[in-house]
Design a protein around this ligand. Sequence first.
Ligand SMILES: Cc1ncc(COP(=O)(O)O)c(C=O)c1O
Length: 467
Amino acid sequence: MALNSPEARDLAHHLHSFTHLPSLERDGPLVLERGEGIYVRDTHGKRYLESVSGLWNVVAGFSEPRLVQAAHAAMSAMPAYHTFFGRTALTPITLAEKLVEIAPMEVAKVYFVNSGSEANDTAIKMLWMMGIGAGAPERRTLVSRSMAYHGTTVAACSLNGKPYIGAFGLPLPEVRYVEAPHYWRNAHPGESEAAYVDRLAGELEALIEAEGAETIAGFFAEPVMGAGGAVPPPAGYFPRIQAILNRYGIPLVADEVVTGLGRTGNLWGAETYGFVPDILVTSKALTSGYYPMAAVLLSPEMDRRLRHAADAYDEFPHGFTTGGSPVAAAVALETIALITEPGGLLDNVRAVSPALEAALQEFGDHPLVGEVRCVGLLGALEIVADRAGKRPFDPAHEIGERIVQVAYARGLITRPIGDAVIVAPPFTITEAQIGELMGTLRAVLDEIADTAAREGMGATPVAASAE
Ligand SMILES: Cc1ncc(COP(=O)(O)O)c(C=O)c1O
């Protein structure tokens, strides 16, 4: 690494998010300078296909001029304003109207923040305030799921069903977890998908009974678990869960930060999986990642309860200086236009996603692949050392880091999460580019399988498996 190179400067002073530090120090960072559609270029001019849209967010690709122009025009007219004290710029009003129009449920109010984490923390504070406002301050318990990811702020991080939250002494005492709905991984031997859903429904109901429904503020769920490994729910899961929550009067918060605005082939994951949220959180695709923004959408009943609770304080005592930024809102409006217009990005997701699914299914007999998952433009290959036993690799082999490095060498940015390789390309991707992505991914996994066999990591080499 050359002295004073961007890589060396990065290592010296820049602390990275969710980065395996020994690998970073050994391999160095990847420093990106330009974007071209679904591709990005590093500072040495090397081009990479970005198979996960950055962090699932850059749905319009990395060089969409309409978003640049929208940001430029908004910044020239009114570069910054807040939404405190009854003030606002114009574009957040229009964006709220647009989200009400396209939401998968009846929506009364829209609240803007800067990130998915802030949106989930905001939803939690709203639910807690509703309980206090209704004279039920004990209504504080938050139900989440193992493997869930809802963000990094204190309350959202507490909902993450992941061991690392212990690093912060979390979760908060209010949080309970039910099982992640991952049929392939968690079903009992011989259990049908329907029986598995019955069991999950029973688990939720038992938890509600044990805790007391009157103590539960809300149930948080991603329609497809994103950072849990791109795991779609088993058939019938959400209608069953929703029926139970409705019976006990517990609000359902749909965290559509990954699934919202087209990723699953419909505008909302709630549409794909047949349920109606009480609160919906959207971010990522909302601005295609070009500007920070997230939104919390409230049903009329949630709005009524919040309004009632706020009356005691004459306000909703919450807010972020840059939440409701006029530039973010303008970028979001243009992104939504790109997604929803005829022949736009949602139409393209629908047109090309069968090709993605077919290409992923071709990995079904690869020696490293235990399960293939796909909905819309969201797919995953579950990597295993042993297909029959569904046995993951020993973490000491750092199989995820190996996949990342081999993929870099072949001009592909990919994202292993735990034991799954995620595929979530920009919505602009063409069928030819899907072919390119999948061809490279196959070469990467073949190389890893051969290395794993050679180094005795417990996997079968590709040639042997093909016999
Ligand atoms: C489902 C889900 N919720 C919330 C978040 C947090 O969003 P942010 O990183 O914008 O705070 C993420 C981020 O990946 C996410 O995937």
